[in-house]
Design a binder for this molecule. Structure first.
Ligand code: PMP
Length: 437
């Protein structure tokens, strides 16, 4: 039975009058799948509750941060305690140091890190450092990778830009667009050719450590060399930098991020983080080699700042989240991910729905297509209408999936076998819906 969405509908109407499309981030509007987005009132563990009192098993996890589940007791208590000591100081505080130390401890190439308020700020700032360090302007990105809504990085981006099939964004100046070169993901020949032609103009290559914003497209090995390592070596040979964006994969794909999975014998120069490191509060971070980070003001010439950067509530939430992210937590995440992938594959196979499930550590996504997805072009070739039917049947059955065929699915340590059973009940119905065109 379709849940009642009367109160969410009223809220959506009110919202659309005063907020563009009724939302503060595009994919939330359900624009590509249609229907009324549930307006949420509370969340606990793996469950969400909306304004009409409907309950959903959550597979969005606020797009990544809620890795320990919603309203995790330890995280809530840490934020409550921090709030009692003051909401913002605009001055140094110990939580910033501890949070950065935790990232530096886990991620080898990060010697120094600055905290910001979003993944977008992190990539924007990393680009500025790379351009300053190299005295070059051009940045290379890959089609289908999303690095936030930074002007220079919106061309052929993933996430909402892919969901709504936009080539880029209006409002980006021609000169900014000219300084961005977009290549097909995984295409080593294209990278080599570009560097041969314009190597001395290129400040940096930026890539998602494992792309997850066109669905999950893990980097492939070729002749024993991973794609990220290839990028590092190619960039370095030309005096350019590699920026590895781990905003989504960081501490999600595994305990040391995706770098912990394929970082052997090579290193990015700069890395970006977000989502998990803020435990659900607004945090991003960029960091890397000490000599590069030394370029930042006030000691260096690269200006970057933030009124709320290193906010005490956000750092408390991040630290409490890290406290829960031990080896046991990653085992639970991995088990939940493996079990859910199995359930989805069984249901779709039984219903005869072409699909491919791709993984990067504990991260995964489901493509409605029968061939592996290696590029953005492949991702775009999936059956998005089948996804839409599947999505709505899941939602009607009480499972909240990302409202886009181009997004990863997010589990948490609260996705226990009992929670997965609830998803398993709905999957066959949704798979049959996907099969009916
Ligand atoms: N980089 C990546 C890889 C991301 O997945 C995202 C957000 N999904 C961003 C950057 C931007 O982060 P934010 O939305 O916090 O600005």
């Amino acid at each position: 039975m379709t849940p009642s969405t009367t109160l969410s509908g009223d809220l959506f109407d009110r919202a659309r009058r005063v907020i563009p499309s009724g939302v503060n981030s595009p994919v939330r509007a359900f624009g590509s799948v249609g229907g009324t987005p549930p307006f949420l009132t509370s969340a606990k563990g793996a469950l969400l509750t909306d304004a009409d009192g409907n309950e959903y098993v959550d597979l969005v996890g606020s797009w990544g941060p809620m890795i320990l589940g919603h309203a995790h007791d330890g995280v809530v208590e840490a934020v409550r305690e921090a709030a009692g000591r003051g909401l913002s100081f605009g001055a140094p505080q110990a939580g910033e140091v501890s949070l950065v130390e935790e990232v530096v401890r886990r991620i080898g190439p990060v010697q120094q890190l600055r905290l910001v308020n979003s993944g977008t700020e992190a990539t924007m700032s990393a680009l500025r450092v790379a351009r300053a360090a190299t005295s070059r302007d051009v940045v290379v990105k890959f089609a289908g990778c999303y690095h936030g809504h930074v002007d220079a990085l919106l061309a052929e981006a993933g996430s909402g830009v892919a969901t709504f099939a936009m080539p880029g964004s209006a409002g980006v100046t021609a000169s900014t667009a000219r300084d961005t070169v977009v290549l097909p993901y995984g295409d080593r020949e294209a990278v080599t050719a570009l560097f041969a032609e314009r190597g001395d103009e290129i400040a940096a290559v930026i890539t998602e450590a494992a792309p997850a914003n066109m669905g999950v497209v893990p980097p492939r090995e070729q002749d024993g060399t991973g794609f990220n390592r290839f990028l590092a070596e190619t960039a370095h040979a030309a005096g350019a930098l590699l920026i590895s964006d781990e905003v989504l994969t960081g501490f999600r794909a595994g305990k040391e991020g995706y770098y912990g999975i394929d970082g052997d014998g090579w290193a990015p120069d700069l890395m970006t983080f977000g989502k998990v490191i803020g435990g659900g509060l607004p945090v991003g971070a960029f960091g890397g080699r000490e000599d590069l980070m030394a370029l930042l003001a006030p000691s260096g010439p690269v200006y970057q700042a933030g009124t709320l950067s290193g906010n005490p509530l956000a750092t408390a939430a991040g630290l409490a989240t890290f406290a829960g992210l031990d080896d046991a937590a990653y085992r639970v995440l991995d088990e939940a991910s493996v079990a859910l992938r199995g359930l989805v594959a069984d249901a779709l196979t039984t219903a005869g729905v072409p699909h491919v499930i791709q993984t990067a550590g504990t991260l995964f996504s489901v493509f409605f297509r029968d061939a592996p997805v290696e590029t953005y072009e492949d991702a775009k070739a999936q059956d998005t209408e089948a996804f839409t039917r599947f999505f709505h049947a899941m939602l009607d059955g009480g499972v909240y999936l990302p409202p886009s065929a181009f997004e990863a699915w997010f589990v948490s340590t609260a996705h226990t076998p009992a929670v997965l059973d609830r998803i398993a009940e709905v999957l066959p119905v949704a798979a049959r819906a996907a099969a009916q065109s």
